[in-house]
Write a protein that binds this ligand. Structure first.
Ligand SMILES: [Zn+2]
Length: 302
């Protein structure tokens, strides 16, 4: 079984919008219409010691207590005590997914709102940087080289700041919207795509550039907001089929090279041109591709 981490605490924040509620929508859909081979498990919350690997003590304290208020609301929504529980639960889920991936090959967490978060404050609806924390956790668990692959529509400038200077982490960012753009230097690469017909080709090119790099783990930020119907980030011509193909490509690339992969949901927003059903289907395409890659992983291992 492939482990996918989620618990009710993920949606404890009072502020209601897609990022704070989406994991529940996807989890409910997995209950109503299960994907064979998926086991939903509740993770342990991340500890403050773990958070301190990336985040400043003053910021962690602000998120826990709500004081100072401007810092506690720096990610962009009203602070309430549920935000802390939600943030430590869903960040703990990323770390649990990394551990499960290192053992089982493929795992995930229904977490969102990670890649814009900075060491000293939140940004862009992201509270803690679970991608940076997940990569460091993989290194703590014995991985020597980690790939962070971020295909959310927006750039992951927060992740860049969090892991800058760590030569054990390669950071690839395939974006379609300039928000949170940064000047990427090796081992960071940022590719900003402005035409849908170039999207998958650019992804293939990125992956081909590290064809022979021996990664021990991939942390995959599987944002669905490049979808043409998403009001935040969507690029015309990027269809659900293209995104499903993207997911097959990424999971296949990792499993063929025996690179354990831990995925998270990331962006994807409902609106007049993206219904809740469409958004859930988009995120389910990540889980479906992950499960079939996980099966191949087990076959390879015999
Ligand atoms: Zn995004």
């Amino acid at each position: 079984m492939m482990q996918v981490f989620y618990g009710p605490a993920y949606v404890g924040a009072g502020h209601v919008f897609d990022t704070t509620r989406k994991s529940q929508w996807v989890a409910e859909s997995l209950t109503a219409d299960p994907i064979a081979g998926v086991q939903v498990c509740a993770p342990e919350p991340v500890t403050e010691t773990m958070l301190a690997q990336v985040h400043d003590a003053r910021y962690i304290e602000a998120m826990r207590t709500g004081v100072p208020r401007d810092l506690a609301e720096s990610q962009g929504f009203r602070w309430d005590s549920g935000i802390w529980d939600a943030a430590i639960a869903s960040t703990g889920g990323v770390l649990a997914a990394v551990r499960a991936a290192l053992t089982d090959g493929v795992a995930g967490s229904l977490s969102s709102g990670l890649h814009h978060a900075l060491p000293k404050e939140g940004r862009g609806f992201c509270t803690f940087n679970g991608l940076a924390l997940g990569a460091l956790h993989a290194l703590d668990r014995g991985a020597r080289r980690v790939l962070i692959l971020d295909v959310d529509a927006h750039c992951g400038g927060g992740t860049y700041v969090c892991i800058r200077g760590n030569s054990a982490i390669t950071h690839f960012d395939l974006a379609v919207h300039p928000y949170d753009r940064y000047l990427a230097r090796t081992p960071h690469r940022l590719v900003l795509v402005d035409r849908a017909d170039r999207y998958l080709g650019e992804l293939r090119r990125l992956l081909a550039s590290v064809e022979h790099d021996p990664f021990d783990c991939c942390v995959y930020n599987a944002g669905m907001d490049p979808f043409e119907g998403c009001r935040e980030g969507g690029l015309p011509g990027i269809t659900a089929d293209i995104l499903a193909e993207r997911e097959r490509l990424v999971f296949q690339w990792c499993t063929e090279r025996h690179v354990p992969i831990a995925f998270v949901l990331a962006g994807g927003y409902t609106g007049s041109t993206c219904t809740l059903e469409q958004l859930i289907a988009l995120h389910r395409s990540t889980i479906t591709a992950a499960v079939s890659a996980g099966r191949r992983w087990l076959l390879h291992r015999g």
